[in-house]
Unconditional design. Structure first.
Length: 199
């Protein structure tokens, strides 16, 4: 293909939306947790609540850990959301299809902030996300983007790519989860949770 034809093909591709940004759709309606499976005891403990468009995550009186799972399962996807640290030692994150997790906040094992780094059961944190100290806003909203294509996870913070990792323990399909770590007095807010399937 000569240069003119290549340029024409690229132009038509962009014009036709072949290379367009995937269309993200809300997976949290801001009013309740429809589309999510609340852990047993959530009504009493109030771990996960929708308040004025915000998913509020708060440890209960017994400091029990829990996970809020999506009712749907996903294969390849890109997910975007805002998060804001609340009170206490925040230890949260997003479970990607199953046990693999993208950390948000302080690692219980490392005792330091590992936001955007992958936590892989049996391996801990095999890689550490870059430039987090510069990008992370401690008292304001942050925007994270997680892309999972097969075993490869890519994470952006405030629009900057900070981590890529291929997980040997990744599975093809599974739900997504919002973690509340146990044995913590903590709170964290999420909002604008959106997702686009890539397959």
């Amino acid at each position: 293909m000569n240069t003119k034809l290549l340029c024409c093909a690229l132009f038509l591709g962009f014009a036709g939306g072949l290379f367009a940004e995937p269309k993200l759709k809300p997976i949290f309606n801001g009013k309740d947790i429809t589309g999510w499976k609340a852990p047993k005891g959530n009504d009493e403990a109030g771990w996960y609540k929708a308040v004025d468009g915000v998913l509020k995550v708060q440890s209960g009186p017994k400091k029990k850990g829990s996970i809020l799972w999506t009712t749907k399962k996903y294969r390849n996807f890109v997910m975007e959301f805002d998060f804001r640290f609340g009170e206490g030692v925040v230890d949260s994150g997003v479970h990607v299809r199953t046990k693999d997790q993208i950390q948000i906040g302080i690692s219980g094992s490392l005792k330091r902030d590992m936001t955007c780094s992958p936590y892989i059961p049996g391996k801990g944190y095999p890689v550490e996300a870059k430039n987090i100290k510069k990008l992370l806003k401690a008292k304001d909203w942050n925007t994270m983007r997680i892309q999972a294509i097969g075993p490869e996870y890519t994470v952006w913070l405030q629009g900057e790519k900070v981590m890529t990792y291929k997980s040997a323990s990744a599975i093809e399909e599974g739900p997504l989860g919002i973690q509340l770590h146990g044995n913590r007095n903590m709170s964290i807010d999420y909002r604008n949770l959106k997702l686009a399937k890539l397959d």
